[in-house]
Write a protein that binds this ligand. Structure first.
Ligand code: UGA
Length: 457
C-alpha cells in the first residue's frame, strides 16, 4: 500500500511542481498586492516589490497599506509571499514579471504612464535571463507595444523576453473575491508558451472552468477599457432613468428589476446614485475618449455618459435644496460616507467628495463620517468637521446626506439620529434605507428615483 502511495505521489509531483511559478510583482497598490497575494495562494512563489520603502516595511510587519476585505488574512497566512523594496534585484530573481504600477490620470487628462516606463526601463536593464513580462496596469490603447519597445531599448544584452497584456477586472472592496472568482481571464498574447504559462499560474481557475480568452494584445487592451466604459454607460443610463422616475412616480427598483431580468440587459450596475467615481471609470473613459479623438473616431455614447455623470451630483444637491426649501448658505449638513463606494477607504474621484465640494461652495457647514475613508479625505479636505461616529455627525444638523452605501448606515439607530437633528431631512443618494420605516420615525426621506407616497401627478 505504502509503495502504491509513494508511486502515486511521484506521479503527482511533477504536476504540482509544474504549476508553481516564481513571479515578481512590481507595484503593491490594489492590483499588485491583491494579485500577488492571490497568486501565492494559488501555489506560486511570489515576490512583491515597490520603490516605496515605507509600504514594504509596513507589509513586512503584516500591516496593509490599503483597506481591502480579506487581504490582510491572505497576506499574513501566505509563506509563498515575500516583499522587497529592491525592484532591480526582484526583477533579476524571477523570470515571470507582472507590472502592476499605477497609471493615474494626469492633470492634462492623459494617462500618466511614467511609473510604467520606469518599470520598463528597470526591466530592460535587468534582463539577466529570458523573461515573460505581463502588463496588468490599465493602459491606453496601443501602449503595450510601446512599453515592449521601451524594454527592448534598455535591453543592452539583447536577452530574450516576451510581453503580454493581462488586464485586471477586480473591483475595489471585493478585489480578493474577484481575483479568486473571475467571470473570465483575458490574456492578450498569441504565444502558445505564454498561454500555457498563464494557465499554470492560474491553475485553480482553470480547474474551476473559468473561461480563459486568449486574444491579440490590441484586443485585450480594448476589452479592458471597453468593459469599464460599458459599465459606466450603464450606470449613467440608470441614473438618468432614476431622474425620470422621480418625475413620473415610477420606482427605479422596480424598473431596474424589470429591465435587468432580461438576460440581454442583465441586473448588474443598475443602482442609481450620485454618479460613478473611483480611480478607474473616470480615468479609463477619458483614456478611451482621448484614443478615439486621436484616431478621428467620435464616441458619442461614452461622451454622453461622462456628461451625465458630471451632472448627477447636482441632481443630489437639487434634492437637498428642494427638501430644505431654503438656500444652503449657513445650513449644517451631516454627510454619511466619503469613499467612492462602500468597503473601501479610497476617495479618488469620489462622487461624495464632489457633492461635499459643491456644498462648501454654496456656503453650507459640513460635518462628516466614513468608516474607513476619513484619513484619505483629510488629505484633500483638512478643514471639514470629521466625526467619530454617524451619531456625532447627525447632531444638530439641518439635513443628512447619505452618499456611500456602507452597510452599517442601514443598521443605525435612526430614532436616536432623528432626535438629535434640527430638522429630520434625509437624502439617501444610494437608496439603501427603508423609506417606510424611516417615514414612520418622522424622517422626510428622499431617494434617487424612488418617489414615495408624497408623489402626485
Ligand atoms: C471598476 C470595474 O468594476 C472593475 O471591473 C475594474 O477592474 C476596475 O474598475 C478597474 O478598472 O480597475 P471599481 O472602480 O473598483 O471597479 O468599482 P465599481 O464597483 O465598478 O464601481 C465604480 C463606481 O460606479 C463607484 O463609484 C460605484 O459607486 C458606481 N456604481 C457602481 C454605481 O453608481 N451604480 C452601480 O450599479 C454600480
Amino acid at each position: 500500500m505504502k509503495t502504491l502511495l509513494y508511486f502515486l505521489l511521484l506521479l503527482a509531483a511533477p504536476f504540482a511542481l509544474h504549476s508553481e511559478h516564481k513571479i515578481t510583482v512590481i507595484g503593491t497598490g490594489y492590483v499588485g498586492l491583491v494579485s500577488g497575494a492571490c497568486l501565492a495562494e494559488f501555489g506560486n512563489d511570489v515576490l512583491c516589490c515597490d520603490i516605496d520603502k515605507s509600504k514594504i516595511r509596513q507589509l513586512d510587519n503584516g500591516e496593509m497599506p490599503i483597506f481591502e476585505p480579506g487581504l490582510k488574512e491572505l497576506v499574513q497566512k501566505n509563506s509563498h509571499l515575500n516583499f522587497s523594496s529592491n525592484v532591480a534585484d526582484a526583477i533579476r530573481k524571477n523570470d515571470i514579471i507582472l507590472i502592476c504600477v499605477g497609471t493615474p490620470m494626469a492633470s492634462t487628462g492623459e494617462a500618466d504612464l511614467s511609473a510604467l516606463y520606469s518599470a520598463a526601463k528597470l526591466i530592460g536593464e535587468n534582463l539577466n535571463s529570458p523573461k515573460t513580462i505581463y502588463i496588468k496596469s490599465t493602459v491606453p490603447l496601443g501602449a503595450v507595444k510601446k512599453i515592449e519597445a521601451d524594454i527592448q531599448r534598455h535591453n543592452k544584452n539583447s536577452t530574450d523576453f516576451s510581453v503580454a497584456y493581462l488586464p485586471e477586472f477586480l473591483r475595489e472592496g471585493s478585489a480578493v473575491q474577484d481575483f479568486m472568482h473571475p467571470d473570465r481571464v483575458v490574456v492578450g498574447s498569441e504565444s502558445k508558451e505564454i498561454q500555457k504559462q498563464v494557465s499554470e499560474m492560474l491553475k485553480p481557475l482553470q480547474q474551476r472552468n473559468v473561461p480563459f480568452l486568449f486574444t491579440k494584445i490590441e484586443s485585450a487592451e480594448a476589452i479592458k477599457l471597453v468593459a469599464n466604459s460599458f459599465l459606466a454607460v450603464k450606470i449613467s443610463f440608470i441614473n438618468e432613468i432614476a431622474n425620470l422616475c422621480d418625475q413620473t412616480g415610477a420606482d427605479i427598483f422596480e424598473v431596474a428589476k424589470g429591465i435587468g431580468s432580461d438576460s440581454r440587459i442583465g441586473n448588474k450596475c443598475l443602482n442609481p446614485g450620485p454618479g460613478y467615481g473611483g480611480s478607474c471609470f473616470p480615468k479609463d473613459i477619458q483614456a478611451i475618449l482621448n484614443n478615439a479623438q486621436e484616431l478621428g473616431v467620435d464616441l458619442k455614447v461614452i461622451t454622453a455618459a461622462t456628461e451625465a455623470n458630471h451632472y448627477q451630483p447636482k441632481v443630489v444637491i437639487e434634492k437637498l435644496k428642494n427638501t430644505l426649501q431654503a438656500p444652503l448658505k449657513g445650513k449644517t449638513i451631516g454627510i454619511l460616507g466619503l469613499a467612492f463606494k462602500a468597503n473601501t477607504d479610497d476617495v479618488r474621484d469620489s462622487p461624495a467628495l464632489r457633492v461635499v465640494s459643491k456644498l462648501l461652495e454654496m456656503g453650507a457647514k459640513i460635518q462628516v463620517y466614513d468608516p474607513q475613508a476619513m484619513l484619505n479625505a483629510k488629505k484633500t479636505y483638512p478643514d471639514l468637521v470629521y466625526c467619530k461616529t454617524s451619531y456625532e455627525t447627525a447632531k444638530n444638523v439641518d439635513a443628512i446626506m447619505l452618499l456611500t452605501e456602507w452597510e452599517e448606515f442601514s443598521q443605525l439607530n435612526w430614532v436616536q439620529i432623528h432626535n438629535s437633528m434640527n430638522t429630520p431631512f434625509l437624502i439617501d443618494a444610494r437608496n439603501i434605507l427603508d423609506k417606510d420605516n424611516l417615514g414612520k420615525i418622522g424622517f422626510i426621506l428622499t431617494g434617487i428615483g424612488r418617489p414615495g407616497k408624497e408623489f402626485s401627478h
